[in-house]
Structures are given as C-alpha cells and as structure tokens.
Ligand binder design. Structure first.
Ligand code: MRU
Length: 364
C-alpha cells in the first residue's frame, strides 16, 4: 500500500488496516524499513540471517517485540540455507545462527527470549530425530510463526487490560514508539489507545518526539494519526510544561527489559518523564509483555545499555547540528527505578509494588 492510499484509508469510512512491520513470505522475511517513515513506505525482502542482523543493528526494524520476531525468522533463513542432510550438522548450523543474531542489539531482552525459544525448538526437533531436513525446517518455521502470532494476541490482551485506565476527556503522554510498528500488531503502550478509540472514548495523546532517532515523531505520531486518533507531537523538553498545565492524566510507555525488582529499561528520556510524572502526581504506567520481563536480571543496574553512534546526535537525518569533533554521549536507553513506576500492565494483568514478588508470581 502506498503512503497516499494509507492516508486515504485512514480518512475513509472503511476499517483502517495498520502498516505491519514484518511479514513472512515463503522463503523470505518481508520487513518495513522503519528508518524511512513517515516519508516513504519501503518493504525489504530479506533472504539471509546476515541481512536480518544488519536490519536489526541499523534499526530498520526496531522495538523490543519486533526485533525478537525478526530474529526468530532470521534463524529460519539460516535453516533454509543449510546445504547438508545430517541432523547434528543442521542443529549446530541453526544454533550458531541464533548466537550470531543475538549480537545485533544488547538491551531488549525479547531478542534473546525469541532466540532461546528458537534454539529450544531446534534441539527438540533434533531429539525427536524424525523426518528429513525439509521437515526440520518446516517445524522451525512454525515456531517463528507462533512467536509472531502470539505477540499480536499478547499485545491485544495488554490493550484490554489497560483499557479501564482510559476515560473520556483525558490526556495521555507516551514516549518513543511502543505501537504496532514495534510489535506484531497493536503495540504495547499504544494497544489500549487503539482499543479505546474503537470504543469511542475521547482522549488526547501527547507524543514525545524522542531524540535522537525521533521514533515518537516519525512512528508514533504517524501510526496514531493514520488510525484517526487525536495526537499532538511535542519535543521531549516540552513534556514538563504539558504536565504542569494539567493536560496529562497518565503516562504510558513500553519497555525493552524489566529487571526482577521492577526497574524498567526503555528509550532514553523515559527516566526523566517518570521523575516529572512523580513531581506532578501523574501515574506512570509501563506496558510490557511477559517476554520483556527478565527475572534473571536482578536490578536495572545489570541491564546492558546500548550506546549508538555519535552521528545520530550530531548529524541526524543528514544535517549537521553540532560542531565537528564534539564529544557525544548517546545511550539508546535509560533505567527508571521501580519506585517511579505506578504499575506494569501485562497480558496477565496489572502488576503493582512490591514488584519483586508480584513479577515473579506472573511466571508461576
Ligand atoms: O531503539 P528502539 O526504537 O528499538 O527502542 C524502542 C523502545 O524503547 C520501545 O519503547 C520498546 O522497545 C518497547 S516496544 C513495544
């Protein structure tokens, strides 16, 4: 669908079909290049795990659940290229590809969660020792498709669980993009917005621009506008002012990893928002699938934080905005301590403090 026809669909009376970031196409992964939005809609055909690795690393696909799904299909592409017919060789080929894909980005735990699931499936296929290489490949593909489909169901459930927070006339602020583009469909933080809109609830969204890669401006503002939701774009440094005016009754963000104690890693700038929320008495919600909760990471201090190239800050989108040779600090994520988090909204329900016990209980 072209950008023009998407805009027309959004304003027509027919149901709006959102843009999907990922689709499996027989022997290839079809990926929306999110770096080019909102200017152009370009779908990429990926045939190798190397192409998937590069796409995750360069953020053509981004958002914690979406990179997990893409990596799962990357393992399938490795299996497709396997030239032999021995089970042990197939297994080590596939496991090696999974370990390689795990090096594409460090913070979002969904990447490792999805790859661990693919590895476990490959080992299970190998143990059963049934069929031939075509059967093994088909079974592995079905696991990647399951990860993809389950994410859509999980996101919808997160939306249903967060929906009671939405009231007529309220303002909601969000950061980065935790929408349909970051997941299989619906998103996490944006899922309740789609459902509330479907139900005719009248609310306003303030979307932080989200420096330096502008996921809020390029992706969140785009997808909410396309869906006909009342969205206002602000730059990150306007959030405090907007809160002080009483325009925001809730903040909802996504997350890349939640530690066992409830500390939340998310897009850089989330921590500042949480502090501002507390200062203004505004509830701060984190929408998260269980696949983003990492009980093996005890606290936020143990979460690896990705640092990205200085050029994102000094010459983002091709225009130099800082002097040559300037020192730059460019962490892609920050950690919000659990005491700033009002609740974590999951597909299994809403979790409040004490997070250590209540998060662990979700997995029992
Ligand atoms: O660097 P990005 O764009 O991959 O960062 C994405 C975020 O921080 C999202 O908020 C998070 O992954 C949740 S997406 C449902």
């Amino acid at each position: 669908m072209s950008l023009k026809s998407i805009k027309e669909a959004a304003t027509s009376k027919t149901a709006f079909e959102p843009l999907l970031s990922l689709r499996w196409g027989e022997d290839k992964l079809i990926m929306l290049d999110q770096r080019l939005l909102p200017d152009s809609i370009v779908m990429l055909d990926l045939y190798t795990p190397e192409e998937v690795w590069e796409s995750i690393h360069a953020m053509k696909v981004r958002g914690a659940p979406a990179i997990g799904i893409a990596a799962a299909y990357g393992v399938v592409l490795a299996s497709k290229d396997f030239g032999g017919n021995q089970m042990n060789d197939w297994l080590s080929h596939v496991l090696k590809a999974a370990d390689y894909l795990a090096t594409s980005r460090p913070t979002a735990v969904n990447l490792f969660w999805a790859l661990d699931r693919m590895k476990a499936k490959a080992e299970q296929i190998a143990q059963s020792a049934a069929g031939d290489v075509t059967t093994w490949h088909t079974e592995l593909l079905s696991e990647a498709i399951a990860i993809h489909q389950e994410d859509e169901e999980v996101c919808r459930k997160i939306g249903e669980n967060a929906l009671p927070l939405f009231k007529d006339g309220m303002g909601v602020l969000t950061h980065c993009n935790a929408g349909g583009l970051a997941t299989a469909k619906y998103g996490t933080a944006l899922a309740p917005m789609y459902l509330a809109h479907e139900q005719g609830i009248k609310f306003k969204v303030y979307a932080d621009e989200t420096r330096p890669v502008l996921q809020g401006a390029r992706l969140t503002a785009f997808e909410l506008q396309q869906a006909g939701i009342d969205v206002t774009l602000i730059t990150d440094n306007m959030a405090g002012m907007v809160m002080s005016k009483g325009w925001v009754q809730a903040i909802i963000v996504g997350t890349d990893r939640i530690a066992a104690n409830g500390d939340v890693a998310n897009k850089i700038g989330t921590y500042s928002l949480a502090v501002l929320a507390k200062a203004h008495g505004i509830p701060f919600y984190v929408a998260s699938p269980l696949s983003t909760i990492d009980l093996s990471t005890p606290t936020g201090a143990h979460i690896p934080i990705e640092e990205r190239p200085a050029s994102e800050v000094t010459e983002g989108f091709g225009k130099r905005t800082a002097p040559e040779g300037i020192k730059v600090f460019n962490p892609a994520f920050d950690v919000t301590p659990n005491e700033y988090v009002t609740a974590i909204i999951t597909e299994k329900g809403i979790v409040k403090a004490p997070f250590k016990d209540n998060l662990a209980a979700l997995f029992n």
